[in-house]
Design a protein around this ligand. Structure first.
Ligand code: 5AD
Ligand code: SF4
Length: 480
């Protein structure tokens, strides 16, 4: 990671081009933070709290990269940290409620620490009502920015330190992608890699296209360069990230398919495992299935959100596939990659969902037999087409359906997980097991976990493990 760009002089004006401009502000921030450290007579610490998806997790690594670069030290307890940032999610209403609850607590901690800076960013900040509410009821917040200008974090910190005012900078959309800023990875051996930003699908329940903007793909050369660097740095597993990875490349000057990108990624020496998410069933191509079937590195796992099993509801959701098309796709994938593990997302209680529609969803679950499924209660998001649809389903009906679905999903999942018992699989060792000394935890290609005897020297390596026993959703094994 570069700490000082030799071409940057603080006596000159801030450069206008990126990322040079941000490196300039990082240098400036370093000096300001150093002054604060002197004044406080102790090191200053930071804590980044992430809500929501893998995209946010990756964005948080970028925030951590900047904060470390300018002189803050990481601290796990947010109430003790001097710079706290919440990277928020707004995909469901309860995510917003959690942020407000925690923010209230944090306000109390700030009263005791004159050095504390509180920043809010991420999807929730793209909603005008949210920013209004924070301005009114949470006046102790120092810095608010959104999803499109996260690369400006260093510059915004400097603005805050120099002005002592609440800094708010939210953009409606952007076509800009800024590369090559510092990143502080959570794991040394695996990493997410953004391949695209935003979404153009406008599923009728979903707020993502409004808060993450229009779809834009990163240049494949920049992606490969980043992955090569990660590999040199010891990363063996990467997860390609996008709201809809199957439509990767459509917005590039020289269009390229996701399957083509995967083949380029596969060539990078040192990368042993490739994962990706999320796939939209309507865009999953035969070319991709072929590439997956042939690949040595692409993991045997596909997250394929179905959302509903009723073609009628899928149409109202604007998903652009029917139940039959989805099931046919699953069959095609299973035929080409028989050992693939399938997972999904399901929404219960979309407006107008009848018992019959719900039973169609149950039918899909029983036919596909997912390895696991994330089940969600429909949450009304203001501004989305579904929020103003008639026939919102009563909460008690939704709860009843949700419980039945969850029971079925869990029952199938425990049966499906057990089928690998008695086989030997390659696993990537991720951590030592906190609860049982002498045990480590590794991840199979299909994303399941296995605990087996070993020590921390194994972390980040790929080893063969015999799966002795399935314990519901994980295995106990022995190294072979
Ligand atoms: N209500 C409930 N679940 C939702 N999701 C997206 N929007 C909503 C909503 N309004 C779910 C979808 C998506 C996952 C990330 O979140 O299932 O795949
Ligand atoms: Fe939301 Fe649909 Fe885009 Fe996924 S594909 S982010 S569910 S609009």
């Amino acid at each position: 990671m570069s700490t000082m760009n030799p071409e940057i002089s603080l006596y000159k004006e801030a450069p206008l081009s990126e990322p040079e401009r941000q490196y300039y502000f990082m240098e400036k921030a370093k000096i300001l933070i150093q002054e604060l450290v002197q004044k406080a007579g102790r090191p200053l610490t930071f804590c980044v709290t992430t809500f929501g998806c893998q995209m946010n997790a990756r964005d948080s690594e970028k925030l951590c990269g900047i904060l470390k670069n300018i002189g803050y030290i990481e601290q796990e307890d947010e109430e003790k940290a001097d710079f706290v940032i919440y990277n928020t999610c707004t995909v469901r209403e309860n995510a917003n409620q959690r942020v407000y609850g925690r923010l209230g607590q944090l306000g109390k901690a700030k009263k005791k620490n004159p050095y504390m800076i509180i920043g809010l960013c991420g999807c929730m900040m793209q909603e005008a009502e949210v920013v209004e509410k924070i301005k009114k009821s949470y006046r102790f917040v120092d810095l608010i920015f959104g999803t499109h200008n996260i690369y400006k974090f260093a510059e915004l910190i400097v603005s805050r330190l120099e002005s002592q005012r609440m800094i708010i900078d939210i953009w409606k959309d952007t076509d800009k992608i800024v590369e090559d800023l510092p990143v502080e990875r959570k794991y040394p051996f695996k990493s997410g890699v953004n391949i695209m930003f935003g979404c153009n699908n406008f599923c009728s329940y979903c707020i993502v296209p409004y808060v993450r903007g229009r779809e834009r793909s990163r240049d494949p050369r920049a992606i490969i360069r980043e992955i090569e660097k990660l590999a040199q740095d010891g990363v063996v597993e990467i997860m390609l990230l996008g709201q809809n990875v199957n439509s990767y490349g459509k917005t590039l000057d020289e269009p390229m398919s996701f399957a083509q990108l995967l083949q380029e990624v596969e060539k990078v020496d040192g990368i042993e495992r490739i994962r990706f998410m999320t796939s939209h069933p309507k865009d999953l191509s035969d070319e991709l299935i072929e590439v997956m079937a042939r690949s040595e590195k692409i993991c045997r796992h596909l997250h394929l959100p179905v959302q509903s099993g009723s073609s009628r509801i899928l149409k109202k959701m604007n998903r652009r596939y029917t139940k039959e098309q989805y099931l046919a796709l699953v069959e095609k994938i299973r035929k080409a990659v028989p050992d693939i593990s399938l997972t999904t997302d399901i929404i219960v209680g979309f407006p107008g969902e009848t018992e019959e529609d719900f039973l169609e969803t149950m039918d899909v679950v029983k036919r596909v037999r997912y390895d696991s499924a994330f089940t969600f209660i429909y949450s009304k998001r203001t501004g989305t087409p579904a929020a103003v649809m008639e026939d919102q389903v009563p909460p008690d009906v939704i709860k009843n359906r949700f419980d039945r679905l969850l029971k079925e999903v869990q029952h199938i999942s425990s049966e499906v997980c057990a089928i690998h018992q008695g086989t030997t699989q390659t696993v990537l060792v991720e951590s030592v097991n906190d609860h049982e000394p002498g045990m480590v935890t590794g991840r199979l290609s299909n994303n399941l976990l296995v605990h087996f005897p070993g020590d921390e020297k194994l972390i980040g390596t790929l080893v063969n493990v015999y799966l002795d026993e399935c314990k519901g959703f994980y295995y106990i094994g022995t190294r072979v």
